[in-house]
Ligand binder design. Sequence first.
Ligand code: SAH
Length: 352
Amino acid sequence: MTALADILRARIAATGPISLADYMAECLLHPQHGYYTTRPPFGAEGDFTTAPEISQMFGELLGLCLAQHWLDLGRPAPFTLAELGPGRGTLMADVLRATRGVPGFHAAAQVVLVEASPRLRGVQAATLAPHAPLWLDDTADLPDRPLFLLANEFFDALPVHQYQRDARGWCERLVGLRDGALCFGLSEPQSRPDLTAAFPGDPPGTVVETCPEAQRHMAHIARRLRDHGGLALILDYGGWQSKGDTLQALRHHAFADPLAEPGLADLTAHVDFAALAAGADGLAHRYTAQGRLLRALGIEARATRLAQGLTGAALEAHLAATRRLTDPAEMGELFKALAVLPATAPPPPGFD
Ligand code: SAH
């Protein structure tokens, strides 16, 4: 039993079952016992690996995509160069290194990092100190300026609600107690016209997920893009309207029971890109698979160039990393990329 399990059991015993979203939020971001507050999640010793940790090419290509679009928009200055959930700061470091040579880009950019975990802020500070980043708790505080934003594996970490349709309405999936242990259960059916409208015609038994936090962040981003222009690039796993129960717990690179050790496993859900696009009211969006985007941005040429300096095991690892990011059987198809931008702007590189 983890300390967080004791806290949650006491809370549920006192006030009743909690929503899956409440459970996820506590597991991930509890100030003392949350997963992101306490654990080093990334890399071989951690629980999962992300694209920027697999290869520097990921951040380089996305950085050049943002910078080219910034040039295409006539170099708006000053602007916000933002990342949501920067993890170890690797993606932003690769973006900044790759764009060093773009005239005026760094001088006009204010680097802004939206990060909830004080521990990870410390890691990001070590990586990005020379660029004097500004940390924010929330997208609500993003500056009122043109916005060029990246979010990789941020939206999948936001708490989701799950609802199961039955003949009488929608039952919310709750976390309660059975014989003193955490267990899943269902609420009484509720009439939810919003869910019925969003998921018409699904038979009883269908499970759907909603992510109000994702909608809230999207609204804040969309307002900056509408008022000041710019581009948001969101990469994550999921699909266009993800359906079903996609909650997943990862510990030491293996699937785990999401209720077994709260605070010790990473909890995520697939990102519903249709819902994100719908939340970007009054803006245009473009949607593609990660592998397609990286190929369109020139990953093959970049990979060949980097391979020239490598031999033996290092070369093998580099080739494997390239495949891992782009191959449809690996991350290339499961991971998607969504670009959000004003309808009047030209299509961003890689999305046309
Ligand atoms: N983008 C990084 C890390 C992904 S892990 C990469 O690709 O490697 C998710 C990141 O989002 C972590 O940095 C975590 O601390 C942060 N995070 C999770 N929920 C958050 C929230 N609600 N607000 C701000 N940051 C959050």
